[in-house]
Design a protein around this ligand. Structure first.
Ligand code: SAH
Length: 403
């Protein structure tokens, strides 16, 4: 067996079952493993710790597949892991393997994350289901090595008709992998329509953000819908209108939705039409939220509810201070635009910013706005994006509902 041996004292993280082995912890590599090949991970005395995927170019030089010396990594192993991930979502999932069953399309949601990488003990693998299409995103060398096997297993276990790949992400560079986009199994996907909590959305698999849709906000969009009745709402960083259309469906009197991307707003307007929501109740505004909020402040505009769902300001811990300034800026402006008793629903999806730190930043904004603000709810990513307790890095999306 090809193997890597850790330096003395560097096995601690692995013993706590953290699945990453950094290059600095490795003393030696035996057997010349290739990109993504399976290696045994040994402690400095040669004792077995785990089995993982080797990634020679990455700082994270191996990612753990499993902790059991008797378990071979191969099709049987991967099938079991995938089945476990599917079982976790069973409540929100149609019956698997039943190709005749299209009934779930008419159930309340037809899009779900099926595999959430490290959190599902499948490091580097993301699989999202959009109705009868799967989108797979391969982030690291391990799943790249097993890509064909994984694709076959995924089709078999889900009964879907096609798999499309969206491995066009920066992190692949760190792994020495090229970007890849296109069909993996089945034909080129058509313009896809999904249902989320009863609302329809067009999903652009080819060039949409992430794998096409921000599935992680499903539960939070529903929450906004429940709070929207009778309110005038500002949805900042709207993308394809997820929060905006939920707000309208929930009885908002008017929604203003802002995004810099005209493509996103075109998709959002198409989504409005798809749901027969009245055009006069929504204003799509192409613009930079940082500028728009200032302009609204200067115009003395006000809202009953504001949603802030910005992109990642701090992809890693290096950008945290700058990101904190960005978060404080928009949250302060938003507080100032709220009518008395108004509601701010504010998010951060930056991995480098903890929930505790984010709350402090929002507290700083409230202080500067001279408001007494209460947090009514703390929000998280939807449960199909679970957080493994041995991998706290998996908790990236945090939000607050503030009054
Ligand atoms: N709320 C959305 C997801 C938002 S993703 C949903 O529920 O689906 C972040 C969005 O912010 C992207 O659509 C991106 O185009 C937009 N964006 C990024 N920087 C921006 C800025 N400075 N001003 C306005 N929009 C911005």
């Amino acid at each position: 067996m090809k193997s890597i041996t850790l330096k003395p004292g560097r096995e601690k993280a692995l013993i706590r079952r953290h699945p990453w082995i950094f290059s600095g912890a490795i003393a030696s590599v035996r057997g010349e493993p290739g990109l993504g090949e399976t290696v045994d991970i040994l402690d400095s005395r040669g004792g077995f710790l785990a089995r993982g995927a080797y990634s020679p170019h990455s700082q994270i030089q191996a990612r753990v597949w499993g902790w059991d010396a008797d378990e071979e990594v191969g099709a049987t192993f991967l099938r079991a892991r995938l089945k476990e991930a599917l079982a976790l979502r069973a409540n929100e999932q149609p019956a698997t393997g039943d190709r005749e069953d299209t009934s779930f399309i008419s159930r309340s949601s037809s899009a779900i994350r099926l595999v959430h990488a490290e959190s599902d003990q499948l490091p580097g693998l993301i699989v999202d289901r959009y109705a009868d299409t799967l989108v797979m995103q391969v982030l690291s060398a391990g799943p790249e090595y097993w890509r064909e096997t994984l694709a076959d297993l995924l089709l078999e276990l889900t009964g879907t008709v096609r798999i499309y790949e969206r491995s066009d992400v920066e992190v692949r560079k760190l792994e020495g992998l090229p970007e890849r986009v296109g069909p993996v199994r089945g034909d080129e996907p058509p313009q896809l329509e999904i249902v989320e909590n009863g609302l329809k959305f067009n999903v652009d698999l080819h060039s949409g953000h992430k794998t096409g849709f921000y599935l992680d906000q499903r539960a939070n969009r529903r929450r906004v819908r429940q709070l929207a009745a009778g309110k005038e709402i500002l949805d900042c960083f709207s993308y394809s209108g997820g929060f905006a259309l939920n707000a309208l469906a929930g009885g908002a009197t008017h929604v203003t939705a802002v995004d810099t991307s005209s493509d996103a707003l075109t998709l959002a307007e198409a989504n409005r039409v798809l749901n027969n929501l009245p055009a006069e109740d929504i204003t799509w505004l192409e613009g930079d939220v940082f500028h728009v909020l200032r302009k609204f402040r200067d115009q003395a505009k006000s809202f009953d509810m504001i949603v802030l769902d910005p992109p990642k300001f701090a992809p890693s811990s290096a950008q945290v201070q700058q990101a904190a300034r960005g978060y404080k800026d928009i949250n302060l402006l938003a507080f100032k635009l709220l009518r008395p008793g108004g509601t701010l629903v504010t998010f951060s999806c930056s991995g480098g910013i903890s929930a505790e730190f984010f709350q402090k930043v929002v507290a700083g904004a409230a202080l500067d706005a001279r408001l007494h603000v209460r947090v009514l709810e703390q929000l998280h990513q939807s449960p199909d994006h679970p957080i493994a307790l041995n991998f706290p890095e998996g908790a990236y999306l945090k939000g607050l509902i503030c009054r």
